[in-house]
Design a protein around this ligand. Sequence first.
Ligand SMILES: Cc1cc2nc3c(=O)[nH]c(=O)nc-3n(C[C@H](O)[C@H](O)[C@H](O)COP(=O)(O)O)c2cc1C
Length: 456
Amino acid sequence: MSKPVKHIHLAAHFPGVNNTTVWSDPEAGSHIEFGSFAHLARTAERAKFDFFFLAEGLRLREQGGEIYDLDVVGRPDTFTVLAALAAVTERLGLTGTINSTFNEPYEVARQFASLDHLSGGRAGWNVVTSWDAFTGENFRRGGYLPQEQRYERARAFLSASATLFDSWRGDDIAADAGRGVFAGDPHAGGFAYRDAHFDIEGHFDVPRSPQGRPVILQAGDSEEGREFAAATADAIFTRHGTLEAGQAFYADVKGRLARYGRTRDQLVVLPAATFVVGDTDADAHEKAAVIRRKQVSAQTAIKFAEQLWNRDLSGYDPEGPLPEVDPLPGENTISRGRASVRLYRDPVATAREWRELASARNLSLRELIIEVTGRQTFIGSAATIAEEINHLVQQDASDGFILVPHVTPGGLDEFADTVVPLLQERGVFRSDYEGVTLRDHLGIGSSLPGNLERSA
Ligand SMILES: Cc1cc2nc3c(=O)[nH]c(=O)nc-3n(C[C@H](O)[C@H](O)[C@H](O)COP(=O)(O)O)c2cc1C
């Protein structure tokens, strides 16, 4: 029997100012005004995307003791933005990244239950565990959580939240004017939750929301992160989107589900991807080369290199050769607040590989950084991009993609107008929403009591 054709999931990421966004592009608008968020969300909804996605940074990043103003600056609060978007969209899922290390379950569960009500069942929660002490200084407990405990707390956090989401049955509001009874059950919302991290009890003040609980996304790549996703998440946000890396990641995380009594279609794998659409493939590649040089300006190239070298490289020429010195060993002190610094597990070995690559291909420092920081990117005519996305999904490199436009907020328009219709023609992407909730769009089923407890 041949394999059934998979339906593609697509989401739109509003990145804010970071190293994907070309904020200086003449076509770029504000990254803070509501009109920008509304534009991207409306485009995603017009194209029948599954959801809109917001990342989160809880402290301005710093490099060399100064604010690093090219990466994750000036992002407004997630819940405020998503609640406002609920009013100008009807079907699009609204997903936000909220940290489980620095928040409290009661407050976060309340916000998500409220968002789910306001949006009619479209809320999604990307649970991240960023832990570093630098970020923690912004919070009352400081950087109190050792790295190895962050997923333990995340599991407890989700478990406590599930208890809260589940504390109303769904039919507890009688609103019986004749009898003068509003809450039909005098104990509605009652809960008690205790473990090593939380000791909370009382009455949850938001009645059961349309989805029961928000869709849970996870974005962490360690062994613990993958296991956490297999046990608790409905979808994974990942960086592995190329054919081989995607297939390896996909097989790995889907293979973990059976341990938790879950089936392979209960976890949707969504890599981040940028894209450049052109009239022809050649045109798109030309455009992409110009965009990459804007994304990795001379200044950004030095900043990226400093993150690996753990030293001040401001005296180096970005258009010249790579530094001959080795990265400084030990804790990275030059760059603060950036989780991916940890990606370079052996900075000296990475610097050696980079030097070899630069010398083999005759690359300047900036060209090398352009090369090694490139993420999964679709470049080509609309037909080429549609073909490639479909191929990757049918070959189990992913279940779809979270698209990150490089121009805010109009960067998705062309994709919506040219690539999406081709996917619809192939019958691999919806022509209209079939369901109402984000769970419907993702095809992951309900979260009514019973399913909630799998995170315990
Ligand atoms: C694709 C991806 C996106 C992420 N986005 C965010 C984010 O927006 N905010 C954040 O605080 N952490 C983010 N993270 C960091 C993770 O949540 C996590 O804290 C970090 O990766 C360490 O977990 P790990 O060791 O399991 O990878 C992201 C990670 C990945 C892989």
